[in-house]
Design a protein around this ligand. Structure first.
Ligand code: SF4
Length: 347
C-alpha cells in the first residue's frame, strides 16, 4: 500500500471512526515502518478525547484456580505444575483498601474462572465500596447471569470479559468446552444491566490473520465497548501452544492505534503483556492511543503464581513501588495520573 492510500484511510478513520473490513485489514497488513501517520493520528485522537490524563486501575489477582483449559493460558486447569492460591475475603478487602491509600481510584478484582462463592464476592464489593468509594471492575470470567446482576446491584461498576478473538472457529478451538456465542451474549447482557464493559484481544494467536483482527475491531464497535485492550500472545511452556511464536509489538501497536481511531471513546490500556515482550512496550502503546495502565497490587508472594504467560514483568515489586514506577513512566511522557475514577467516556 502506498503512503497516499495509507493517509486516505487513516484520515477517514480519524474523521469518521469508520473503516470497512477490507480497509482495516490493509492497514493491519502494512509494514509498521509505513505507519508513522497511523500512530501519530491515534495519539492526536487520544489527546483530543482524553487529554494527557492516564487512568490507573489497580489489579488484585485473588485466585489462580480455574476450571477452564484455554490453550494459551498458564492458569489452565490441566497445568499441574502450578501452586494454586485463593485469597480470603478479608485479604482482598485489605488489599483494596491499601490500593485506595496509594491513591488508586479503581480496583480490578481478577481471578481464573474459579468457583469463588457468589455471596462472598457480593460482600467484598459492598465492603470495598463502603470503605473506599473506589470504582470496582470485575474480571472473573463467565459466571451465571444472576450473579452478574447481583454484583451490579451490590455496586460493581465494570466487567472485563475479553472475547480474545472474533473468529468463532479459532475461539472454540482454543477454549475447549466454551461457546463464542455465550461470550458475546454475556457481554451484551452485562452492558444491558448497566455495567461499563471491557473486552480484549490476544494479538498474533496462532492461526489469526489481519482479516480476523479487523473482525475484532468491527465486533468491538458493535458491542459499544467502554474499554478495549490488546496484548501480544506469549507462549507458556505448560500449555498446548508452548512451541508457537510470540506475538509482535508491531501488530499490537497497529491494533491499539486502530482501536483509538475506530472506538474513540473507549478506554485503552497499555498492557502488561506488551511491557513484557518490550521494555518500552507500555510507553509505545501510550503514544499510540492508550490512556490506561493497570498496575498489580497483589501481595508479591502470590504474583509469580498468576502467570497466564511467562516472564510477566513487575512480579517482585511491592504495590507502592509499582505506583511510583508507573507514575514516573507517565510523567516521562509528559502525561499525568488522573485523580478521578475514569468512568466510561461514552456517558
Ligand atoms: S484464560 Fe482465564 S478462563 Fe482461560 S484458563 Fe486462563 S484463567 Fe482460566
Amino acid at each position: 500500500m502506498n503512503q497516499f492510500e495509507i493517509k486516505r484511510l487513516v484520515d477517514k478513520a480519524y474523521d469518521k471512526a469508520e473503516l470497512n473490513k477490507e480497509e482495516i485489514t490493509s492497514l493491519l497488513a502494512a509494514d509498521i515502518n509505513q505507519l508513522d501517520y497511523l500512530l501519530q493520528k491515534a495519539d492526536q485522537k487520544r489527546k483530543e478525547i482524553c487529554e494527557d490524563e492516564v487512568h490507573l486501575r489497580a489489579i488484585i489477582e485473588f485466585s489462580n484456580y480455574c476450571r477452564r483449559n484455554c490453550y494459551y493460558c498458564g492458569l489452565r486447569k490441566d497445568n499441574q505444575h502450578l501452586q494454586r492460591y485463593q485469597l480470603k475475603k478479608e485479604e482482598i478487602i485489605k488489599t483494596a483498601q491499601m490500593a485506595a491509600e496509594l491513591g488508586y481510584q479503581t480496583v480490578v478484582l481478577q481471578s481464573g474462572e474459579d468457583e469463588y462463592p457468589t455471596a462472598q464476592i457480593t460482600e467484598i464489593i459492598k465492603e470495598i465500596k463502603n470503605t473506599t468509594g473506589m470504582a470496582i471492575t470485575l474480571s472473573l470470567g463467565e459466571r451465571d447471569f444472576a450473579a452478574y446482576k447481583l454484583w451490579r446491584e451490590a455496586g460493581a461498576d465494570r466487567y472485563l470479559l475479553k472475547h480474545e478473538t472474533a473468529d468463532q472457529r479459532l475461539y472454540e478451538k482454543y477454549h475447549p468446552g466454551m461457546s463464542f456465542e455465550n461470550r458475546i451474549e454475556s457481554l451484551k447482557y452485562l452492558k444491558k444491566i448497566g455495567y461499563q464493559i471491557g473486552s480484549g484481544v490476544i494479538i498474533d494467536l496462532p492461526g489469526q490473520t489481519p482479516e480476523i483482527l479487523a473482525e475484532d475491531l468491527l465486533l468491538s464497535q458493535k458491542l459499544e465497548l467502554d474499554m478495549i485492550g490488546s496484548g501480544p500472545f506469549i507462549p507458556h511452556e505448560k500449555t498446548p501452544l508452548a512451541e508457537s511464536k510470540t506475538g509482535t509489538v508491531e501488530m499490537t501497536l497497529k491494533f491499539t492505534a486502530l482501536s483509538r481511531l475506530l472506538l474513540p471513546l473507549a478506554h485503552i490500556p497499555a498492557t502488561t503483556a506488551l511491557g513484557t515482550i518490550d521494555v518500552e512496550g507500555r510507553q509505545k502503546a501510550l503514544m499510540a492511543g492508550a490512556n490506561v495502565v493497570m498496575p498489580n497490587v497483589t501481595d508479591s508472594q502470590y504474583r509469580e503464581k498468576y502467570q497466564i504467560y511467562p516472564g510477566k514483568i513487575c512480579i517482585n515489586e511491592e504495590a507502592g513501588d509499582c505506583r511510583q514506577c508507573i507514575g514516573g513512566i507517565i510523567a516521562s511522557l509528559g502525561r499525568f495520573v488522573s485523580q478521578n475514577k475514569g468512568h466510561s467516556l461514552r456517558k
